[in-house]
Design a protein around this ligand. Structure first.
Ligand code: RB5
Length: 146
């Protein structure tokens, strides 16, 4: 899978950890910053990633987003202002899996001040491992865009 990653200063340490984690698992990663813990504004990075989520990068493949701020809230709110973006703030493997299975989430949002690195890795794995189930869920997801 291909991931576009972004964070603010609060999310930077966890994002840096997860960028390395994703690469070690064989995924393609593009890191759009922040690149350190100097104070920045989370919407700048939420928008930068959201603008490019869904870009094709190969036959039938989708580009996903991974966004991290302190709580995950502000960066998720920013990403969700973009048409076609379904950013899910996840705090557990269950919410991550269901976000893919029922909501066809294309951006995973995490709070670096909420989850530790071990749980964050498990959440990322659950997100990657689950697939959209379509059917009645496709009808509901389509209604989000109305
Ligand atoms: C930064 O202090 C913090 O407000 C930000 O990372 C995030 O938690 C906002 O939702």
């Amino acid at each position: 899978m291909k991931f576009l990653c972004g964070s603010d200063h609060a999310g930077y340490p966890l994002k840096a950890h997860l960028v390395a984690f994703l690469r070690s698992e064989g995924h393609e990663v593009e890191d759009l910053g922040a690149h350190n813990t100097e104070s920045v504004d989370y919407p700048d990075f939420g928008h930068a990633v959201a603008e490019r989520v869904g870009d094709g990068h190969g036959e039938g493949e989708v580009t996903f987003g991974l966004l991290v701020c302190g709580t995950g809230q502000g960066i998720a709110m920013s990403a969700n202002r973009h048409a076609g973006v379904r950013a899910a703030l996840c705090t557990s493997e269950f919410t991550a899996s269901m976000a893919r299975r029922h909501n066809d989430a294309n951006v995973l949002c995490l709070g670096a001040r909420v989850v530790g690195t071990g749980l964050a890795e498990s959440i990322v794995r659950a997100f990657i491992g689950a697939s959209f189930e379509g059917g009645r869920h496709a009808r509901r997801v389509a209604k989000i865009e109305r």
